[in-house]
Design a protein around this ligand. Structure first.
Ligand SMILES: NC(=O)c1ccc[n+]([C@@H]2O[C@H](COP(=O)([O-])OP(=O)(O)OC[C@H]3O[C@@H](n4cnc5c(N)ncnc54)[C@H](O)[C@@H]3O)[C@@H](O)[C@H]2O)c1
Length: 233
């Protein structure tokens, strides 16, 4: 079922309505609640950066619910270790890696370790680790370096590190999701650093998608609005 709200008339509107109706009819939406998606990622390996907290932590939980083995990377060792032990206690296949995603060598080493433990392949990478520095005219060079090194270079580091193993994953089960933000589309005042970094994630995603399509790896971004997590407090 779908509904369309008409705010105009003419050939263009009719065309849009026809296209929208065809799309809706051709692509019934799958049920996505956690009970319906159990098992869809059986035998898959997912890597989640920033996975010890917030949205990324929810991604870790959902991948596990859906049957994947999950490796999550974070700089918050206490939270990471605690989450790992909670998840393992529930019999889930989750492993914490203490990695700063702005460190390219550390990303590469983690990717090698993860692939070694899972038969040499990685299916999914979720890039979500983020540095929340909100500075405008007052941004220092160090503010810029920290923000861009985590939020942009860190995303590239993980994809570059995992790419050799993603190419070996089962075709059709290879994807990257980069967590951007609504602020990558719509700027807020006095937030040049964070908002510019999220705008860069959008374009980085397009660049990656172009280059990784030949390996059957889909690359997309998501742009959340405000979600109540430790970073918003
Ligand atoms: N919460 C929101 O309202 C919101 C809105 C839009 C986009 N986002 C994006 O969603 C993602 C998750 O945000 P969140 O609100 O859940 O944040 P969060 O603070 O709960 O989690 C971020 C995690 O990233 C980790 N991290 C920070 N720097 C790191 C580094 N260098 N290497 C590895 N890990 C590092 C932190 O330790 C933390 O565990 C981010 O990319 C953020 O920009 C959040």
């Amino acid at each position: 079922m779908f509904s369309i709200v008409c705010l105009g008339s003419g050939p263009m509107l009719k065309h849009c309505m026809r296209a929208s109706m065809c799309y809706s009819m051709a692509r019934p939406q799958p049920k996505l609640d956690a009970n319906h998606t159990k098992g869809r990622f059986n035998s898959c390996v997912a890597v989640v950066t920033g996975g010890a907290s917030g949205i990324n932590r929810a991604c870790v939980s959902r991948f596990l619910n859906d049957g994947a083995s999950v490796a999550f990377l974070d700089i918050d060792q206490d939270s990471g270790k605690q989450l790992e032990s909670e998840l393992k206690g529930e019999g889930l296949d989750a492993a914490y890696y203490h990695v700063d995603v702005s460190n390219r060598d550390a990303c590469s080493k983690a990717a090698v370790d993860i692939a070694d433990k899972h038969g040499g392949s990685i299916n999914y990478v979720i890039n979500g680790a983020a540095c929340f520095i909100f500075k405008g005219m007052d941004a220092s060079t160090s503010d810029w370096e920290k923000t861009l090194n985590v939020n942009v270079v860190g995303y590239a580091n993980m994809v570059q590190a995992c790419h050799p193993y993603m190419k070996k994953a089962e075709p059709g089960c290879r994807a990257v999701v980069n967590i951007a933000s609504i602020t990558g589309h719509v700027p807020k005042r006095n937030r040049w650093t964070y908002d510019a970094s999220k705008g860069a994630v959008l374009q980085l995603t397009r660049c990656m998608a172009l280059d990784l399509a030949k390996n059957g790896i889909r690359v997309n971004s998501v742009s959340p609005a405000v979600i109540n997590t430790p970073s918003t407090h």
